[in-house]
Design a protein. Structure first.
Length: 165
């Protein structure tokens, strides 16, 4: 605990969060206790900030202890990915290769040929980077080509059907 800040450190890294004035955080018996600050007990905003702060601190504890991982699959003929240093180079059916810079604090590995594994201690960073990569080529509903999360089900649409008269 610093003044107005919670800092969590482990061998995997360090995470910190600035506290809102409507929330108090204390460490009691090896447990982090989040409560509403004095004078803000009846405030609706304090209730929302209280729950948000508790969830953010919980995610930080899980992150520095275990870390977070997202996996993306790339489906489609001719679609390829390569990790080159601090960049991901992808052939996604455009006229040019798509290059994405890997943010600081994240580890990206290519498993098999089409599964991209993103790992980091900051849940928000991992999820946002995975969403940014997925947005480059979202899965389309007709052939199922594009990025999808591992285990994600894609509803397929029927294509054109020849009408008979």
């Amino acid at each position: 605990m610093d003044s107005g800040k919670v800092v969590l450190k482990s061998s995997k890294g360090t995470l910190d969060i600035d506290l809102h004035k409507e929330v108090d955080v204390k460490v009691e018996d090896n447990t982090i206790v989040v409560s509403k600050a004095k004078g803000f007990e009846g405030s609706k905003e304090a209730a929302a900030i209280w729950g948000l702060t508790r969830a953010l601190i919980n995610n930080m504890v899980i992150g520095v202890k275990d870390g977070f991982e997202k996996k993306l699959e790339l489906h489609g003929v001719g679609f390829r990915m390569q990790v080159q240093g601090s960049k991901i180079v992808m052939a996604l059916g455009f006229s040019h290769p798509v290059e994405v810079e890997i943010p600081e604090g994240l580890t990206v590995k290519l498993e098999e040929n089409n599964v991209l594994s993103i790992w980091g201690i900051d849940k928000q960073k991992v999820g946002q980077f995975a969403a940014n990569v997925r947005a480059l080529k979202k899965v389309e509903p007709y052939k199922g080509k594009g990025f999808r999360y591992v285990g994600e089900k894609v509803r397929r649409k029927a294509g054109k059907k020849a009408g008979s008269k």
